[in-house]
Write a protein that binds this ligand. Structure first.
Ligand SMILES: Cc1ncc(COP(=O)(O)O)c(C=O)c1O
Length: 417
């Protein structure tokens, strides 16, 4: 079937909402996507039919256990985990990262080194900075180019030493949209005996993740960025996770993933994460060309179908932004290089505070973000942090060309005066 954005939109109740008679335009997707009917229904179903604690002999407990097991298998499939038990879930990427970073760094001797980047969201910086402070570690910084908005990975090669223990890197930036070469970074990490922790929160809504091919040690993402509920998951290499000390209650067995599952997991959220993964696979079956009949092939086809649609919108958006006098796009603009960016587009307008522009558009039901988006290092480096950061428009597979055009039209009025 050819891509049918109106049919896709009909699956999302929130996309039917209006403000002052105008349909709301959801371009705040990098901060959180809307949710299809199928996710909402599966979460409701969990609360009605699977609402019991685990380990009982009665039917509702057995059904709840099945839900939890199925969600773990779906999470493993989503990232192509080589072994069962390597994925566990938690409240948010930030919470999971703070939690695991404590134990990852617990035995790093003072004076050993970690590498952080100036392109990361603070959730993949602050936990490591605080661990470094606790342990007396040296922090080294990987910088990006202000022209290309990319890293030069030769710089990473120069930063590592025989004392480097960990590199924390994003798969895609929540501001520039740059997709980073995680596989190359993993090779550098491996060569010096360091571990690579990947923040895939902004890549997960746009591309198929394959931790096996990437060769990283840990990878984390959040389902509310890929059409699911506010819940996150972390994959870790089995040998790494088994070697770590788990902070857990004594009654919980030492096996994975239980040893990193603190307390009772949120059943309805797990059902929602699973349903969101199924939703992308169904998109693949409907609009893509799956290489096989299995769910991973359908997932790959779903991402390919979304990316093709998103690339068209990104091009239209960037082309339009570049015609507005005084607008500067903070990321890759040449469509030839779109394989190295997701659809998240940030920009600034000379002399006009981002908040002023976002507020003007919000009264027309156009939802987009202004500010630093927690990417403090990016905006500090670009000298825009004190001035209120930038604006961010993040089209996804359910957005339309007409929405891009309406947004550009309003931006021209507001910025052009
Ligand atoms: C790149 C990136 N990393 C981490 C996070 C934090 O994720 P969470 O809200 O699940 O803690 C975000 C949130 O926007 C993000 O964009």
């Amino acid at each position: 079937m050819s891509y049918d954005v109106e049919r896709i939109r009909a699956n999302f109740p929130a996309l039917q909402r209006k403000l002052n008679g105008q349909p709301i335009i959801f371009f705040d997707n990098p901060a959180g996507t809307q949710v299809p009917h199928s996710v909402i229904e599966r979460m409701n179903e969990a609360m009605v039919f699977k609402n019991a604690n685990l380990g009982g002999s009665f039917a509702t407990s057995v059904a709840a256990q099945q839900l939890v097991d199925d969600a773990h298998r779906a999470g493993e499939l989503f990232v192509n985990a080589p072994h069962a038990g390597e994925v566990f879930f938690g409240q948010s990427m930030t919470t999971l990262t703070f939690g695991l970073s404590r134990t990852i760094c617990a035995d790093f001797p003072p004076g050993d080194e970690i590498i952080l980047t100036r392109m990361d969201h603070d959730a993949n910086i602050a936990p490591w900075l605080m661990a470094a402070e606790d342990r007396g570690l040296v922090v080294r910084w990987l910088d990006f180019s202000e022209e290309s908005f990319e890293f030069d990975l030769d710089d990473l090669g120069r930063l590592v030493t025989d004392r480097t223990r960990l590199i924390a890197l994003n798969y895609a930036s929540n501001v520039t949209g740059t997709i980073n070469d995680v596989a190359a970074a993993a090779r550098i990490a491996r060569d010096c005996g360091a571990q690579l922790f990947v923040d895939a929160v902004q890549y997960a809504p746009h591309g198929l993740i394959d931790v096996t091919a990437l060769g990283c040690d840990y990878l984390v993402c959040s389902a509310y960025k890929f059409f699911g509920p506010h819940y996150a998951m972390l994959w870790g290499r089995r040998d790494r996770l088994q070697a770590l000390r788990a902070y857990k209650v004594r009654a919980v067995p030492d096996e994975l993933p239980g040893r990193f599952t603190t307390g009772t997991t949120n059943r309805e959220q797990l059902a929602g994460v699973h349903a969101a993964i199924d939703y992308i696979a169904e998109l693949g079956a409907d609009y893509g060309r799956p290489a096989g009949s299995d769910r991973r092939s359908r997932l790959a086809a779903g991402f390919a179908a979304m990316k093709a649609h998103e690339d068209g919108l990104t091009r239209r958006l960037i082309d339009g932004l570049l015609t507005i006098p005084g607008v500067r796009v903070l990321g890759i603009t040449d469509p030839v290089d779109f394989s190295r960016r997701v659809s998240t587009v940030s920009f600034v307008a000379d002399g006009i505070p981002a908040r002023q522009i976002a507020s003007a558009l919000s009264s027309d039901g156009i939802q987009l973000w202004d500010g630093h988006n927690y990417a403090l290092e990016i905006y500090r480096k670009l000298g825009l942090l004190e001035a209120g950061g930038g604006l961010r428009i993040g089209p996804v597979h359910y957005n339309t060309a007409a929405e891009v055009d309406r947004t550009l039209e309003r931006l021209e009025q507001v910025i052009g005066g």
